[in-house]
Design a protein around this ligand. Structure first.
Ligand code: ZN
Ligand code: ZN
Length: 178
């Protein structure tokens, strides 16, 4: 099985740490697959943001055509630094298809620099690990979790991202078969 992680428009930040944490939490291989160009067809000129749904379609297409080259991975997570949205929301940290083949995470709003604050790579890395695990959780069939400590709890603000842990709660672990 295994999963893949790919940079969209830039290489994956903190690749070793990210792959390592995902492998440990999911109990499966995580491969860094390099990077692909940003899909400009996903750009919404009015909002000046990228459409997360369209980026998922883009990743699905890539997964279909690169599946063999990517070692037959179960799914791929795209990591991008551009700001992403879904219709009806100002922004999202990430998006994935439930039981699907792809997910996407944006570091744009995970970065203190976005808010005019001081650079903090360690903080960005921890936030990215949480959001990446959250989207892989959806890919592996998990819904949002009511446990506020669980990585599958829904985060609509940075405060919520920082409050939750980077682990799946026992209930979610059970559903993952872990
Ligand atoms: Zn979610
Ligand atoms: Zn949970």
């Amino acid at each position: 099985m295994g999963v893949g992680i790919i940079g969209i428009g830039a290489s994956v930040p903190f690749p070793r740490a990210l792959a390592d944490r995902i492998e440990k939490a999911l109990g499966t291989d995580a491969r860094i697959l390099g990077m692909v160009e940003l899909d400009e067809g996903s750009f919404n000129a009015r909002r000046k943001q990228y459409d997360a749904e369209k980026l998922l379609s883009y990743l699905n297409g890539l997964w279909l055509s690169h599946w063999e080259e990517w070692g037959g991975c179960r799914a791929v997570l795209g990591v991008t630094s551009v700001d992403i949205f879904v219709e009806g929301m100002n922004f999202v940290f990430g998006l994935a298809t439930l039981n699907g083949r792809s997910g996407v995470v944006s570091t744009a709003r995970l970065d203190p620099i976005f808010y005019g604050e001081k650079r903090n790579d360690e903080l960005v890395r921890e936030r990215l690990v949480k959001e990446a695990l959250h989207e892989f959780g959806h890919i592996l069939g998990l819904h949002h979790c009511k446990n506020e400590q669980c990585v599958m709890s829904f985060s609509n603000s940075l405060a919520e991202v920082d409050r939750k842990g980077s682990a799946f709660c026992p209930e979610c672990r059970k559903r993952l078969g872990r």
